[in-house]
Ligand binder design. Sequence first.
Ligand code: SF4
Length: 386
Amino acid sequence: MTDAAAALKATEFPFQSFRRALRHWYRDHGRHLPWRAAEDPYRVWISEIMLQQTTVTAVVPYFERFLKRFPDLTTLAAADESEVLRLWEGLGYYSRARNIHKTARVLVAQHEAQFPRDLAALQMLPGIGRYTAGAIASFAFGLRAPILEANTLRLYARLIGYRDDPRTTIGQRRLWEFAEQVLPARDIGPFNQALMDLGATVCTPERPACETCPVRTCCVAYSLNLQDEIPQRARRPEITLVTEYAVAVSCGQQYLLRKRQHGERWAGLWDFVRFSPPESHEDSTDESWMSTEAARRTGLALKSLNPLLTFKHSVTRYQITLRCFHATVVKAKRVSTDSEVWVSPEQFGDLPLSNPARKIARHLQQMKATPVRVAESLRDSIPVTE
Ligand code: SF4
């Protein structure tokens, strides 16, 4: 018998007592979250998209700022994508923000600024998958829609003792099936929220609070003492170390920023001139090569190139050491276009920047505020091959 087959069959699960215990627990222990104040599909949608890959604590201030600026679909649809990205800056996974903006425009143009009250129609919208559609449909409209996200995946897998990988097609099918079966006949929204809250606060990834868990009598993992083995852990991808370069090119008091293009990392955000070395220079400390490359990529005659700062940051499985430099141009025609702008440090705050670019921007702003540090920072200049 496989592990999957050994998991509890649907007919053996004590649904009635589970629902009763969960409802009772939720009355006293449910989380008070700002997006739950009203059964508003717009608030549910924004919060659920923000919560993907992000913790509740990190999301709350972003959610409040976003709702203050864009209180409804119409204001969001009317905004520039750049402003939406600026408010999203720091949350990461920027395709979420771009999709939110696209969806707002679709809903205003084609659905009279209303969310469809239908699971299939919701899933046709950019960035809305089965889980988010289920959350909007059940939390805001009370429709009978199941949910399965990180917290409920872990909870369901433990409840039914599902020992195989829950991320496979078979695993997903089994857990979605359970998510449907566990739903009560009424009050679907609060019930789904209770499931998520139990997963987030009691049935936690590490050291779940089984001794005080309201549904432990229904739980296969608890009865077999398997809560540390279930769910099967996802294999972590190996970390790859890479070096990249960023160059803050200035002309007078202004710096050159480029818009990241569709298909690039951080598409739609602005960045300093940034590039990866080819394989032959991957581990190189050859700064003269880097200087030549910076001049070639900008098409500008660069007068000098000076170390600015070096720091590490991570993007998916890459740990990037970013070596940042400052370069001044000999002469440049400063023409701003849709994809290139020359801005002063005071204007950095007006544009959405990638996290590393924001770090460089803050450094430049500080240097401007304390000119002594500029002189110190620029002491070791590197000659540039034009
Ligand atoms: S008994 Fe433990 S493993 Fe089972 S649902 Fe409760 S917290 Fe999770």
